[in-house]
Write a protein that binds this ligand. Structure first.
Ligand code: MV4
Length: 508
């Protein structure tokens, strides 16, 4: 089938860099688009070609589907890689690519459309024999029907938007007395978010884990599971830490979940890389299909680290029509990988955005450490886009070694000029529940609210001059003290040497 020569990457930040690296490894030509604030970004520096697409707002830049397709045609790109976010799960964009004769690196627009609808994908999964969360098959016709069905399911229940995803238009209902208000609120939120006020009911699953299966499908009907990722550690529905394999998944459960994920993907004729999300209940036995993400995910590196595969390379090979090899059916995770997401947010100020210039950036290195970073020293972090700067990934022969390496890596990391979420991770690595692998989707929010994960005091910038003086005396003491005969001159001479110390976000 069609060999791909040049790929237009329609994304920014670390994922654009990640895709550029895969293209370079494969000897393919790369092009990126950039918005005005991204004109001197790392992807622009690394790409073979870079094209301005518009001003800062995403609507006028990274989301300009038709302008992007026109550009791809003009520069002779055979394919578009959407990365994650932006246009990556937009079935209409994928269809427009196809109509323009440009390969969209991802599944078919039809598979994307089915998985984009909560009720439609649930219906497909029920018919395919994949376990979904107990609940409705169709949207609720009215409040009366909601009352009757909720009573039948048993409280607590969840009301969810039929067109939803990501938790919008979702309401937990503890008892019948709260149903009417929750039903109305969910409907109006669903209308505001998706232009569709259809809602349906599910049984509420208390304190589950979020475990997802990475799949690859080729264009010849083969779909393989590459094992799970544990994604329960999240803050307000934003993932913070991911790992593979999950401490809660045995080889037998992995086989069952993998089989369910493959069934789910096959039911919609899925090709390319995709992720099937499950809730694994608190007893660790039952799992339920939640949704399927039809893109490469942020956390794909932990799967790469334990499988040894390059998922972006496989996305391209699949798009070129290459069949997946037989051996891929039998891949087992090797060792353990943990990823933390470094956000430009201030954990000392309620995770407020922390834009600004990155004055110092020192990324960790050494055995088992990978960092996928989208920024460089001296660059500006703006408030226009997702605040994720980089991902730090540690691999170890077992979970304990991966955690020790991650702790070492976080100790090496220096980011100055802006605040990051790094202090939270160091705290988390000391948490007994995290260490034991006892996780659930509400754990982080619960521990933050109770103060159990209180951060150490932030560095006090007023102490920086004192720290500089102490560091200076420590360095000069040895040369002054053993040789008093030469008087104070030695000490003064050393004192004249310029001392620079960095603390609290500034140089002194
Ligand atoms: C649930 C649930 C508990 N019970 N459904 C949140 C986002 C959306 N994709 C599905 N979500 C949930 N659905 C039932 N019946 C709990 C969540 C949930 C969640 C799921 C996965 C990862 C993080 C989460 C955080 C809060 C709530």
């Amino acid at each position: 089938m069609a060999k791909i020569n040049k790929v237009l990457i329609v994304n920014r930040g670390e994922i654009a860099v990640r895709i550029l690296r895969a293209l370079a490894d494969l000897g393919k030509r790369s092009a990126v688009i950039y918005s005005d604030p991204d004109r001197a970004s790392l992807p622009v520096m690394l790409a073979d070609e870079a094209y301005r697409i518009g001003p800062a707002p995403s609507r006028e830049s990274y989301l300009r589907g038709d302008a992007i397709i026109e550009l791809a045609g003009r520069i002779g790109a055979d394919a578009i890689h959407p990365g994650y976010g932006f246009l990556s799960e937009n079935a209409t964009f994928a269809r427009h690519c196809r109509e323009a004769g440009i390969l969209f690196i991802g599944p078919s627009p039809e598979a994307m459309a089915v998985m984009g609808s909560k009720v439609e994908s649930r219906r497909m999964m029920m018919d395919a024999g994949v376990a979904v969360v107990p609940g409705g098959r169709d949207p609720l016709p009215d409040l009366e029907a909601a009352r009757a069905f909720a009573a039948q399911l048993g409280y607590p229940v969840m009301i969810k938007a039929a067109s939803g995803g990501g938790g919008k238009g979702m309401r937990r209902v503890a008892a019948q007395a709260d149903l009417a208000a929750a039903y109305r609120a969910a409907r109006s939120e669903a209308m505001a978010s998706f232009g569709d006020d259809d809602v349906y009911l599910e049984k509420f699953i208390d304190r589950p884990r979020h475990v997802e299966i990475q799949v690859l499908g080729d264009q010849h009907g083969r779909v393989v599971s590459l094992g799970e990722r544990e994604c329960s550690l999240q803050r307000r529905q934003q993932k913070v830490v991911e790992e593979a394999p999950s401490p809660a998944v045995s080889p037998e459960l992995r086989r069952q979940m993998g089989e369910a994920a493959v069934k789910a993907a096959k039911a919609v004729g899925y090709s390319n890389a995709g992720t099937v999300e499950f809730l694994l209940d608190a007893d660790g036995e039952s799992f339920y299909f939640l949704e399927m993400n039809t893109r490469l995910q942020v956390e794909h590196p932990v799967t790469e680290m334990v499988t040894g595969l390059d998922l972006v390379e496989w996305q391209l090979r699949i798009s070129e029509g290459e069949p997946l090899p037989d051996e891929m059916e039998r891949i087992e995770p090797r060792g353990h990988a943990i990823e933390v997401r470094l956000y430009a947010e201030d954990p000392y100020r309620g995770f407020a955005p922390s834009p600004g210039r990155i004055e110092v950036l020192r990324l960790p290195q050494g055995p088992g450490i990978r960092n996928d970073c989208g920024v460089h020293e001296g660059c500006e972090v703006t408030i226009h886009y997702d605040p994720m700067l980089a991902k730090l990934i540690a691999w170890g022969a077992d979970r304990d070694q991966a955690m020790r390496r991650l702790r070492r890596a976080l100790g090496e990391l220096r980011v100055e000029g802006i605040q990051t979420t790094a202090p939270l991770f160091l705290r988390l690595l000391d948490d007994p529940d995290f260490i034991a692998g006892r996780l659930d989707i509400a754990m982080l929010d619960r521990k933050m609210a109770s103060g159990e994960l209180a951060l150490p005091a932030p560095p006090n910038p007023d102490l920086a001059p004192i720290a500089a003086a102490l560091a200076h005396f420590q360095r000069t003491a040895r040369t002054t003290a053993p040789n008093p005969g030469r008087g104070r001159r030695t000490g003064w001479r050393h004192a004249a040497r310029r001392e620079s110390l960095h603390g609290g976000g500034r140089w002194i």
